[in-house]
Design a protein around this ligand. Sequence first.
Ligand code: NAP
Length: 251
Amino acid sequence: MNQQPVALITGANKGIGHEIAKQLAARGFTVLVGARDVALGEAAAKEIAGDARAIALDVTSADSIAAAAARIRGELGRLDVLVNNAGVVRGGASGPTTIEALIRRGAPSTAEIADIRAVFETNVFGVIAVTQAMLPLLREAPAGRIVNVSSTLGSLGTLTAPGRPLGTVGGIAYGPSKSALNAVTVAFALELQGTAIKVNAACPGYTATDLNAHSGTRTVAEGAREPVRLALLGPDGPTGTFSNDDGPVPW
Ligand code: NAP
């Protein structure tokens, strides 16, 4: 069995996931850099100081998920932290990248069902499938932690607050997929109550990455802060919560 604790971060070949992997490696974890294109994962792992290894993982592929779980079991024999970070804002490879175009494409009255389905496939069903596959390993860990990288755009409380500070940016696909992810977080946390595993959701804040054509106002170091904090929670830490680095976010 691997001596160091092991963390798997999905979608870690770039953006916030890559930074989470860097920060966990700096804390002494063996990090598994999940990437659907393993060549990108290998390049990203090389940029991380410490024990970082690329792992092929497309969260929408049952075969890929099963192969990743089998490799972790065979090669490392343990998994302590799972960060479900992989996420998309739109279906298909070549969608709009500006916020304005996303709002148009995500308008509830006109959005295409196939686009919405594709976003849910990664952001919701991908998280459930990866979590289910990794749970046997996480249950064996002394302090299993699951962190789901969500978004305030999925916060129904924030979206309906007086003045509606977030307007319609979340649309019908991305925002609702993150609301569903929050519900999935609570569902796993409830089932795993009484075990050593804690399951929480984090919003990184509006972070400059490819996801928003680098229009975000936060750095990836800032975006990774809350997911990393939740990955490192001690035994008295909470489970079934949704937070950013300012504190709790309304469901
Ligand atoms: P990003 O730079 O676009 O990175 C997204 C990552 O997810 C990439 O590594 C991407 O891989 C991967 N991915 C997409 N589909 C995948 C799949 N089917 N299987 C495996 N990996 C897949 O975006 P980011 O901003 O870092 O986003 C990370 C997380 O933060 C997402 O869940 C996002 O919703 C959330 N978030 C971001 C912001 C923000 O302002 N940036 C705000 C709130 C929440 P490829 O390189 O192969 O595409």
